[in-house]
Design a protein around this ligand. Structure first.
Ligand code: DTP
Ligand code: GDP
Ligand code: MG
Length: 194
């Protein structure tokens, strides 16, 4: 475990692509002042930097696959440490994507106190992503890659939820409704902490 992050409050935000993780995290930041770290955003920033590593990541992400665990965990840890002195807590959005990622995070950083499971139907996620794709400029917001991301979500990421359910820290949030209704349930889950 890292000393600087030893007592950090950590919330994992897990859900399928397009379920609304980013939307809800923004609202949590506004209300609670938590630090929002999206693994996807961190990776896209690396791609945007034009570095050699970014080029390799870009190809993987365009295919809708997962990038190597060490890469994403190092990036998250670095970003957490950079905020350690000012952060009230961390929202880790888009991570863990597979059980192994959760285990490695706990070895190198610490344990989460809550997992927000943002849940929407597959057809809802697809239609939101197709709509987002009209303006997002994201190379992975297209029909073919969306399908792959969804498949991978059900195969690799859903087991993460079962893994943490055993610890009693999962709060399932129905995200089919309007953003503010979803957020009121997110807020209840966070208010229930400690
Ligand atoms: N924890 C991770 N492990 C491995 N690869 C990751 C991880 N997080 C993101 N990636 C890579 C693979 C993803 O397809 C890509 C985009 O991630 P992300 O922005 O979280 O997309 P997503 O499919 O969850 O859509 P959204 O932003 O719509 O939630 O980056
Ligand atoms: N109707 C509706 N749309 C939403 C909701 N949450 C997110 N969206 C839209 O769905 C798309 C994906 O949301 P985003 O937050 O990027 O999801 P993420 O992929 O899980 O990070 C965006 O275009 C949002 O505007 C919601 O609760 N209701
Ligand atoms: Mg997102």
């Amino acid at each position: 475990m890292s000393d600087k992050l030893k007592d950090a409050k950590i919330i994992f935000v897990v859900g399928g692509p397009g379920s609304g993780k980013g939307t809800q995290c923004e609202k949590v930041v506004a209300k609670y002042g938590y630090t929002h770290l999206s693994s996807g955003d961190l990776l896209r920033a690396e791609v945007g930097s034009g570095s050699e590593r970014g080029k390799q990541l870009s190809a993987i992400m365009q295919r809708g696959e997962l990038v190597p665990l060490d890469t994403v965990l190092d990036m998250i840890k670095e970003a957490m440490i950079a905020k350690a002195d000012v952060s009230k807590g961390y929202l880790i959005d888009g991570y863990p994507r597979e059980v192994k990622q959760g285990e490695e995070f706990e070895k190198k950083i610490g344990a989460p106190s809550l997992l927000l499971y943002i849940d929407a139907k597959a057809e809802t996620m697809v239609s939101r992503l197709m709509k987002r794709g009209e303006t997002s400029g994201r190379a992975d917001d297209n029909e073919e890659t969306i399908k792959k991301r969804l498949d991978l979500y059900y195969k690799a990421t859903e087991p993460v939820i079962a893994f943490y359910e055993g610890r009693g820290i999962v709060r399932k949030i129905d995200s089919e409704g309007a953003v503010d209704v979803v957020f009121s349930n997110v807020a209840k889950a966070i208010d229930g902490l400690k």
